[in-house]
Design a protein around this ligand. Structure first.
Ligand SMILES: Cc1cc2nc3c(=O)[nH]c(=O)nc-3n(C[C@H](O)[C@H](O)[C@H](O)COP(=O)(O)OP(=O)(O)OC[C@H]3O[C@@H](n4cnc5c(N)ncnc54)[C@H](O)[C@@H]3O)c2cc1C
Length: 452
């Protein structure tokens, strides 16, 4: 097709095609590792029917389509390699909110924080909390099955989605599940779309499950002399059967790059951050039990009382990515996941892999889920550094598999792990994975090259 944008304008109306500078639609958070794509048109449909018309047209003319949410992904999933970028940003309605039955029905382009805020205003809670909530969309969270710190207690996005509306090739709207809390009539196609990174369908709407908001929460940070002592504390929290809401860690390299201190302890080599929530009485009981466990071997214990001091703890934690990026101007950050009893090994070997490739390395992440943000710090303008980091990332994926884990616990395969999936899913497993793709998308036009 000679002029994709002009043709789509005729099909969907002039306001559906974005005619400004396309650059904001060509990258995601992997820009810190120099990933920027190209496209023939950026389209912003304003209804599921318009998405269906677009997919039908693209299917007829063999044009690839890349769905885009808030562009906060860390795997290059939304980075296009030509074709059409379909931004869901204009599908931003809360279709209905029924607080009395703990339910919300939303367009895919509603932001994570808007869902969380709307729920909170009625005393309800939508737990999934991936970091960039003001930007990320529910559709993007579903497409990556996003987690976040509180996934330890509450599970990832998929656990909160009871139904999906999506456009599938060659251009039809389908619905899997709905405003129902259980559904075992068919194969679980809803779950199949969760985490499918825009390679099987374009999500246009979702029914979300909510719970009453916890009455209270408290945060505690403990600092340790080394990873061994810190991981032992994490294992003791788990082994004591304390169901905390979040169980996070920060290693020495990340601590050194972290934003300005909120408390003493910044000079230490390992931090464990715990959140507890529940009724006021439960929180008090859990907090005391966790403090007792963490105090063993801790060099510094910080258990703030006030809401603003607790918010400061989470601001510090959320600033980790920016702090680590600032150290050398860029980073290659992966999200491997390992069995809980291999966490310490994964943390220590991340640093060793960095050393072996001549790069400073660090990690932080969701200890309770065995999910590391293993990171190699790079100078983005130095081609050699970028190349070294890509090789280090490959060694990291091999490590994850060796330890019985997976190459991605949160961000997906996207572009950055393209080609690595079979390392984790060999043989017949990989064959079935490819078959699923070809049934949904026989022409391989939905986000080609990703999730493989
Ligand atoms: C500071 C920061 C902290 C983060 N912390 C976490 C974290 O704790 N846990 C976590 O899991 N992630 C985290 N992330 C990663 C990211 O926020 C999540 O993956 C997020 O859910 C992606 O949503 P998005 O709307 O930005 O998607 P995008 O980046 O736009 O897209 C991501 C993928 O989903 C596909 N997609 C997007 N919308 C749709 C749709 N409607 N239909 C079909 N496919 C679609 C895209 O094609 C792409 O493959 C963090 C990111 C940042 C910047």
């Amino acid at each position: 097709v000679a002029d994709v944008a002009a043709t789509i304008e005729q099909l969907l109306g002039a306001d559906a095609v974005f005619r400004g500078d396309p650059r904001p639609y060509l990258s995601d958070e992997t820009e810190t590792r120099n990933l920027v794509g190209t496209c023939d048109a950026v389209v912003r449909p304003d209804s599921p029917a318009a998405v269906a018309t677009l997919v039908a047209w693209a299917y007829e003319h063999d044009v690839p389509i890349v769905a885009r949410g808030g562009g906060t992904g860390y795997a290059g999933g939304a980075v296009p390699r030509g074709g059409i970028v379909v931004s869901l940003e204009r599908l931003d309605r809360i279709r209905s909110f029924d607080p009395l039955v703990w339910r919300m029905h939303v367009d895919a382009g509603v932001t994570t924080e808007r869902v969380r805020r709307t729920a909170r205003e009625s005393g309800l809670y939508f737990p999934p909390d991936p970091g960039a909530g003001e930007q990320s969309h529910i559709g993007g969270n579903i497409a990556t099955n996003a987690g976040g710190p509180h996934a330890f207690k509450y599970g990832t996005t998929g656990a909160w989605v009871t139904g999906l509306e999506a456009v599938v090739p060659p251009g039809e709207i389908v619905r899997f599940g709905g405003p129902i809390r259980k559904d075992v009539a068919s194969y679980d196609l809803r779950s199949l779309l969760v985490g499918s990174e825009g390679t099987l369908a374009i999500v246009t709407g979702a029914w979300l499950r909510l719970v009453p908001a916890p009455e209270a929460s408290q945060s505690i940070v403990a600092f340790y002399a080394n990873a061994a002592a810190g991981v032992e504390a994490i294992e003791t929290v788990l082994g004591s059967g304390l169901l905390v809401a979040a169980l996070e860690y920060v290693d020495a390299g990340a601590l050194a790059a972290a934003p300005p201190p909120f408390a003493p302890g910044q000079g230490e080599a390992f931090a464990v951050l715990v959140d507890v929530d529940g009724s006021a009485a439960e929180v008090e009981q859990l907090r005391l039990a966790v403090l007792e466990v963490l105090a063993d071997n801790a060099r510094v214990l910080h258990a703030p009382d006030g809401a603003s001091e607790q918010a400061a703890v989470w601001r510090w934690r959320e600033g980790m990515t920016a702090g680590v990026t600032a150290l050398r101007g860029g980073k290659v950050s992966e999200d491997i996941v390992v069995p809980l009893d291999r966490l310490r090994e994964a943390i220590e070997r991340t640093v060793e892999i960095g050393e072996a490739h001549g790069l400073p390395a660090c990690s932080w992440g969701h200890a309770g889920d065995g999910n590391l943000h293993s990171t190699f710090m790079i100078d983005r303008t130095d081609g050699l550094d970028v190349e070294r980091a890509e090789r280090a990332a490959e060694a990291l994926f091999a490590l994850a598999v060796e330890l019985g884990g997976s190459i991605s616990g949160e961000h997906g395969t996207g572009l950055v792990k393209s080609g690595h999936l079979e390392q984790f899913l060999p043989g017949r497993g990989a064959e079935l994975h490819r078959s699923v793709k070809s049934i949904f998308d026989p022409k391989n036009l939905l986000n080609p090259g990703k999730k493989q």
